[in-house]
Design a protein around this ligand. Structure first.
Ligand SMILES: [Cu+2]
Length: 337
């Protein structure tokens, strides 16, 4: 017979694959507690059954009315269980402290939970990619193997909980504050990320994957995360968000009602400056505004522009892309205020 039930059932019924430095500790303590329970439970139940039968009420049988006393026995059954309970507490407390104490020199990732998805931002500002797994596109968090990883987590809406079963790591993600957790992946592979705090209708679909790769592959993934599209218009749109222009300038159909002028319908017009002059809103004006915003302060926005210079922070091709983007809004309707 080549059908072994344990092989079919075990991967689901027992632990998922352990892939972090926490896994051996958690699994060993769990297994030890399980065996302690079995070793106490089985003899106690057997003896209980036996005593029920041996000391049952029957014609001609009279039990002793006095309780028996045996000092060595009582000491034994007090000291041994106490020692076991203290050991379980000690192991649990040490394991907890290990998880709570975040080491230095970690790879940091920002995690945002929202109804009903996860978003990850790497140290270089790049965002997670997606991979088609089964029918759906899932966010994929790429992490290096054998490095300590720290997650800085927040929620956009309600309480969620970040859980990677293979890492034996779980932590609530709370709106209105940052929560931290750390772990050290020890195995290459792709593992599940679940939300494990019921957070609404689609809670069960709040899934993502963590992909543990070698250091070299991780560096590639980081570089890819900040890669910019070839197409200048797409690139400009992306930079408008990534460089934070969107926090002050309105463009297209989004962006803040911030302190900056709207890009919509600006291209090609004459704009009045604070010093009374007029300039054409063209390539050179945009370029100068990015590199030296104070040079030609726009009328009505005060001479002390809140916009900081981007000199040294943007390359010429990035300015070209931003120009292409602003130009594409030449006849966009003004923002709905
Ligand atoms: Cu959730």
């Amino acid at each position: 017979m080549n059908f072994v039930l344990a092989d079919k059932v075990a991967p689901y019924a027992w632990f998922p694959e352990g892939a972090s430095s926490f896994a051996p500790q958690v699994d060993n303590l769990f297994t030890a507690i399980l065996w302690i329970c079995i070793l106490f439970f089985v003899p106690i139940v057997i003896l209980m059954g036996y005593f029920m039968w041996a000391f049952r009420e029957r014609p001609g049988y009279r039990g002793s009315p006095e309780a028996l006393h045996n000092t060595p026995l009582e000491i034994t059954w007090t000291v041994i269980p106490t020692a076991i309970a203290v050991w379980v507490f000690w192991e649990g407390a040490m394991g907890y402290l290990d998880m709570a104490r975040i080491p230095k020199g970690t790879v940091d990732v920002n995690v945002t939970a929202m109804k009903w998805k996860w978003a990850f931002k790497y140290e270089n500002g790049g965002e997670n990619g997606f991979e088609k797994i089964g029918k759906t596109e899932l966010p994929v968090l790429v992490l290096p193997v054998d490095r300590d990883v720290k997650l800085i987590m927040r929620s956009d809406d309600v309480l969620h909980s970040f859980y990677v079963p293979a890492f034996r790591a779980k932590r609530d993600v709370v709106p209105g504050r940052y929560n931290y957790m750390w772990f050290r992946p020890t195995k290459l592979g792709t593992f599940d990320i679940f939300c494990t705090e019921y957070c609404g209708d689609n809670h069960s679909q709040m899934i993502a994957k963590v992909k543990v790769v070698t250091e070299a592959e991780y560096q590639q993934a980081l570089a890819k995360a900040i890669e910019e599209p070839e197409d200048p218009l797409e690139r400009g749109k992306l930079l408008y968000k990534r460089l934070g222009c969107s926090t002050c300038h309105y463009a297209g159909e989004d962006g803040a009602n911030g302190p900056g002028p709207s890009y919509n319908g600006s291209w090609g017009k004459q704009v009045s400056l604070e010093n009374g002059q007029e300039v054409a809103f063209d390539e050179n004006y945009v370029r100068e505004s990015i590199l030296n915003p104070a040079a030609k302060a726009r009328k009505g926005y005060g001479s002390a522009s809140p916009m900081n210079s981007y000199a040294g922070r943007v390359k010429d091709e990035q300015i070209d892309a931003l120009i292409t983007f602003i130009k594409s809004l030449e006849s966009a309707p003004p923002k709905a205020k």
